[in-house]
Design a protein around this ligand. Sequence first.
Ligand code: FDA
Length: 401
Amino acid sequence: MISPAGYAIWASMEFETLIIGAGAAGMMCAAHAGPGVLIIDHAKAPGEKIRISGGGRCNFTNLHASPQNFISQNKHFCKSALGRYTQWDFIDLVDQHGIAWHEKTLGQLFCDHSAKEIIAMLRAEMDKAGAQLWLQTEVGEISHNGSRFSIALQREGQTRQITAGNLVVACGGKSIPKMGATGLGYQIATQFGLPVITPRPGLVPLMFSDEKFKPLAGVATPARVHAGDTSFDEAILFTHRGLSGPAVLQASSYWREGETIKINLIAGGDLMPALQGQRQTDGRKALTTVLSQHLPARLVDHLSQEIALTGNIADQSDATLAALCDHLSDWTLTPAGSEGYRTAEVTLGGVDTDALSSKTMQSKTVPGLYFIGECVDVTGWLGGYNFQWAWSSGWAAGQAI
Ligand code: FDA
């Protein structure tokens, strides 16, 4: 609004909908929430996590996305949104914008060129819908008078009071505070009486207190990693501090402080008959040399400090080889902790889904209040699933508004 003297009047700006957080979920919602949308973010640019995701190419969805790929206290909650706005819908949108993509592995879809294309696409969709975007904007006090929300926003050194009929909270989780993650969504939920499942880091490297894997840093090998009642078959990677790689990141979301993880280092093949065969053909070779044909040599060296790997392969009885294979398939480790929010790709937990409608993402108790994306207690596996949840939940709220 402009005064007769030409000054902007900020005192009573009214919007249909205010969206807090111009990340994946917020931008998707802004593109679908109809007229009168203001979307704000405290960052300098929208979609910063999209920009850095997938090594700069954004793993934007997964061909196999289904509710089984998500962790939540209510595993049924995500079904409605994922079923109504699917990976195929998002692929259609990407195709309409002429963005070239490819499947890398396990159904994971990446841009051929740059993640920035996904951000540009979402901005174009928001522009088409007429949504206003305010960046470098901080959220102050929020109140609700029963029908409208009143929000104080700090921008360009001024406080601007705005009102909105709908408030969509899309400000993500606590992961990577360096990129602007704040946990504001949980505070807003608490303010309005919605329960929050304690947030914790997910898709995160695991650490070991005694630096025992330091000499193995950089070694990668395929493995099956078990945590809780779930296991993942992919690569593991030893780091200076512990373990990473896709199988460990996936398992970390199912691991709890103090628990063990189990690693099957020989899940890919049947080692026992291979070793028995080599006992016939390569009998004079050291057991460690033979094992190094099946596992990285530095890992074999490390394992030889845990179990006796002495003598030639010809010296090993069936019982000894069987015991060795048992050890390699059931390597049990107790992580001291995870690297935490500093490097976690996602935040598990969040706004309790019992407090939300699975169809609309709207609070069951506060009309017009919506929570979408990562701040909700729905967390995907590694592989494009988290963005799919952002698109689906953002779309569901947008449709309902
Ligand atoms: P998101 O975090 O995207 O957006 C939240 C927005 O709210 C941000 O723009 C933030 O600045 C803003 N905000 C926060 N606090 C605020 C405050 N107090 N005031 C104002 N604004 C505030 N997933 C996937 O499916 N494929 C992938 O390839 C990857 N890769 C990947 C790499 C890395 C390094 C990370 C950290 C994460 C991924 N992810 C991923 C996960 C994915 O990025 C994540 O799940 C989604 O971005 C979540 O979308 P949201 O919109 O919910 O939050």
